[in-house]
Design a binder for this molecule. Structure first.
Ligand SMILES: *Cc1c(COP(=O)(O)O)cnc(C)c1O
Length: 471
């Protein structure tokens, strides 16, 4: 991650500092790299992008912009591939992490493909239940679950609730006892590993809000307390080390620490850890240069790592579980925006940066502002043979940090009315959307075989005004 905004202030460092190298030709600008675009994305005979056989110009005309377009077959294939890969290395269940993006259609698609659903609030739980996801395939997370959320989860018969604090132990036990059921739980342990992309940091202790730490003995103490409560059934341990992880190195350190906790729990408390949920965080390509490990290889390496750690500690291999979110939905969708203004801004030494303003921005994609995230963007409504120009794609909000793509090479003839498509926006974009500046949140549609279905309709101004009793 870059520490300071990239972008050329000096001509001689343009290609060094721009996130993406200058394309060598106009054709390269029109190309859709299979590494970042959904599998059905292609340009049709008129040069416009099609997703799932749907021309983005038609989708934009019908549903308006900004618009999220999912490639439904791509989404299904990702869900299926994750399930097969991880079940193949001993996973009992692969849960889709709903926070990445959830609608009833998404919940139905992932459960159709054999996944469970990981929810982190009463709202996400309600959507999953409304979609008909069976309770036993749902897992609930949260570092501050309300009593009402816990009761709703217990009542729905969710398969696992993940204990994140000592307060959780008492509250979940109470809710289960009052409902007259025994609730299966996992204890979320923090193992001092934080992983992002190529780097991970391993420390002896933890300074964060999630889970119960291994180093302080809190995780083992939670197990001890759970074992005494007849309304709780401890099924195993949980560890989630981060997001957008490209290789198995961070999982290796985390698995070693979790497995040694499991061994101590067996040794000191005589409790067998039957299940080990290693969370999500599998990374995706936002840029062509991103190179995450292939799903099958990642699964094989993680399975192998856990097997070896268990053998080394002399404990039986637990059933595994995983919770990928981004990797299921992220690459399956694109955002289509309409260009409103194109403004060349003179920098020092006679240099120019072209600001391309689109009709959304930080309200539909906060990741660039929040995480310095990088994206691939192309002209979507036509092809162009104009020379590449280094642009900054920005939104329409009242913030100078309202940036969608910090450095993007786009055709020099880009003009108002053109459509742009940003790749890999299926995860953490619509789910983190806001109404900043009273922008109604965009629609989400799925395309397949030339047909669209609506996942979420566009919000209207009336939807927003309805909340204001004085309006
Ligand atoms: C966010 C999260 C996930 C999913 O992470 P991705 O990076 O989207 O795969 C899974 N489990 C937990 C506990 C999380 O917080």
């Amino acid at each position: 991650m870059r520490a300071h905004p990239a972008g050329p202030l000096h001509a001689d460092v343009v290609s060094d500092h721009a996130a993406v190298a200058r394309p060598t030709s106009a054709e390269e600008l029109n190309r859709l790299s299979p590494a970042v675009w959904p599998s059905s994305a292609r340009r049709n005979s008129e040069g416009a992008i099609e997703i799932g056989g749907v021309d983005v110009r038609d989708a934009a005309a019908e549903f308006g912009t900004p618009l999220f377009v999912f490639d439904e077959d791509d989404l299904r294939a990702r869900a299926r591939n994750y399930r097969e890969a991880y079940v193949g290395v001993g996973a009992r269940l692969v849960y889709y992490a709903a926070k990445a993006f959830l609608t009833t259609a998404v919940a139905r698609i992932v459960t159709d493909e054999g996944l469970g659903v990981d929810v982190a609030s009463g709202g996400e739980l309600a959507v999953a239940l409304r979609a008909g996801v069976p309770g036993e395939r749902i897992l609930m997370h949260g570092n501050n679950k309300s009593m009402a959320e816990i009761e709703a989860a217990v009542e729905a018969g969710v398969g696992r609730i993940v204990v994140d604090s000592f307060d959780d132990v008492v509250r979940i036990a109470d809710a289960a006892a009052r409902a007259g059921v025994v609730q299966s739980v996992l204890v979320r342990v923090t193992v001092g590993v934080e992983a992002h992309t190529h780097e991970f940091i391993a420390t002896a202790h933890e300074d964060q809000k999630f889970g119960l730490s291994v180093s302080s003995g809190a995780a083992e103490e939670a197990v001890r307390r759970i074992a005494k409560l007849p309304s709780l059934d401890l099924r195993g341990l949980h560890s989630h080390i981060g997001s957008q992880i490209f290789d198995a190195a961070g999982f290796e350190v985390a698995a070693a620490r979790v497995v040694s906790v499991a061994q101590r729990i067996w040794d000191e408390q005589g409790i067998e850890v039957e299940e080990l949920n290693l969370g999500g965080g599998m990374g995706i390509a936002y840029l062509e240069s991103d190179d995450p490990l292939d799903v099958v290889d990642m699964a094989a390496q993680i399975g192998d790592i856990v097997g070896k750690q268990c053998a080394a500690e002399g404990i039986p291999m637990p059933a595994l579980a995983f919770e990928p979110g981004r990797a299921i939905v992220g690459p399956a969708a694109v955002t289509v925006y309409e260009v409103g203004t194109v403004k060349p801004v003179e920098l020092d030494r006679g240099l120019v940066r072209t600001y391309v303003s689109v009709d959304g921005g930080m309200s539909d994609n906060i990741r660039t502002a929040l995480y310095d995230a990088e994206y691939s963007v192309v002209l979507a409504s036509r092809e162009s043979s104009a020379d590449p120009t280094l642009c900054r794609v920005v939104g329409k909000h009242c913030e100078s940090g309202d940036i969608v793509v910090r450095d993007a090479w786009l055709p020099g003839d880009l003009a108002a009315g053109d459509l742009l498509a940003v790749a890999a926006t299926g995860a953490y974009c619509r789910s983190m959307a806001s109404n900043y500046n009273y922008l109604p949140r965009p629609a989400v549609v799925a395309a397949r075989d030339g047909q669209t279905t609506v996942f979420l309709r566009r919000e209207t101004l009336d939807d927003l005004l309805r909340l204001d009793p004085g309006a």
